[in-house]
Design a binder for this molecule. Structure first.
Ligand SMILES: [Zn+2]
Length: 301
């Protein structure tokens, strides 16, 4: 063993190398305890958080579950007004409780900056008390956000076989200060990471597409319709379609994603080309748009 040793009952861990923390008691649920007994642990990492020390154990496992196929596909527009909106106009709204926690966080930050005295070393005991409290607020909201985005991602991938979303350049967008708060808050990144994760374990297609023009182009006729961020409806001067801008974007995103999958299929990186051309059905990418709703060729997967 290198540098650490679990006790026989896996209730404590002792560090024997330069890490002077010594022996720590381990608290975890019974399933984790069983895993610690059974699995070969490659590496242990100790992380200090505002409310204590956490040990992370790395081991190799293959997590594969049987995906339940639903025959449904979804294109997601990630946005500010709605966290996600799909091609059928279903919206997910960023929850109030997270907004509330964010306000609490801001308050705690203000309190800390009031206690800070410039140039003073060390800062007062009160300052450090408030600092620790702020750390806990941070931790709590991190956990709330993570929990929410995991559950949402799980739900999206569980109820669809193909999920397409925009590859947002989050870092770029955060530079735009008007958008910055909502974007960093909106935890899109975490959400998309978990989409990919569930896609992998359930063998479903999770596809990212480039965000170019997805909100401008008309999903019905392809005409590029200039609009500012505050324009909430997409109304096309050419084909007279009038739908919510995010729904329009979601349809474009879905179309792009299906094209990506179709191209892969035709290059036979997956799937057999022969069977596709034989019965013709598998080769179809996507069908037309009718009344702003997509008709998707079934039998695609
Ligand atoms: Zn149009």
């Amino acid at each position: 063993m290198s540098g650490w040793k679990l006790s026989d009952d896996c209730r404590s861990i002792a560090f024997t190398d330069g890490f002077l923390i010594g022996t720590l008691s381990l608290y975890c649920n019974s399933q984790t305890r069983v895993d610690l007994f059974r699995l070969k642990i490659n590496r242990v990492r100790v992380v200090r958080k505002a409310d204590g020390y956490y040990a992370q154990f790395c081991f190799d496992v293959e997590r594969k579950e049987e995906g339940k196929y639903t025959g449904l596909v979804v294109g997601l527009d990630l946005g500010l007004k709605y966290f996600t909106k799909d091609q059928n106009d279903n919206a997910v709204i960023y929850p109030q409780f997270l907004r509330k926690s964010e306000r609490r966080l801001k308050k705690a930050q203000r309190r800390l900056s009031k206690k800070f005295v410039r140039g003073k070393k060390p800062q007062s005991n009160n300052y450090h008390k408030v600092r620790k409290r702020l750390g806990k607020v941070h931790l709590k909201i991190q956990r709330q956000r993570k929990d929410w985005s995991i559950k949402l991602a799980r739900c999206v991938v569980a109820s669809n076989d193909v999920v397409v979303y925009e590859d947002l350049k989050v870092a770029n967008m955060v530079k735009n200060h008007h958008l910055a708060k909502s974007i960093t808050d909106a935890s899109w990144y975490q959400f998309t990471q978990w989409l990919g994760y569930y896609g992998k374990i359930w063998d479903k297609a999770v596809v990212t597409v480039s965000p170019n023009y997805t909100s401008l182009d008309c999903s019905n006729c392809g005409r590029r319709v200039k609009k500012s961020l505050s324009t909430r409806t997409h109304s096309c001067p050419k084909c007279k379609v009038e739908i919510c801008r995010d729904t329009n974007a979601a349809i474009n995103i879905l179309q792009k994603g299906m094209k990506v999958l179709g191209a892969e299929w035709n290059n036979s990186t997956f799937g057999q080309k022969e069977s596709a051309s034989k019965d013709g059905k598998h080769g179809e990418k996507i069908a037309s748009t009718i009344d702003g709703q997509l008709e998707i060729a079934s039998g695609f997967l």
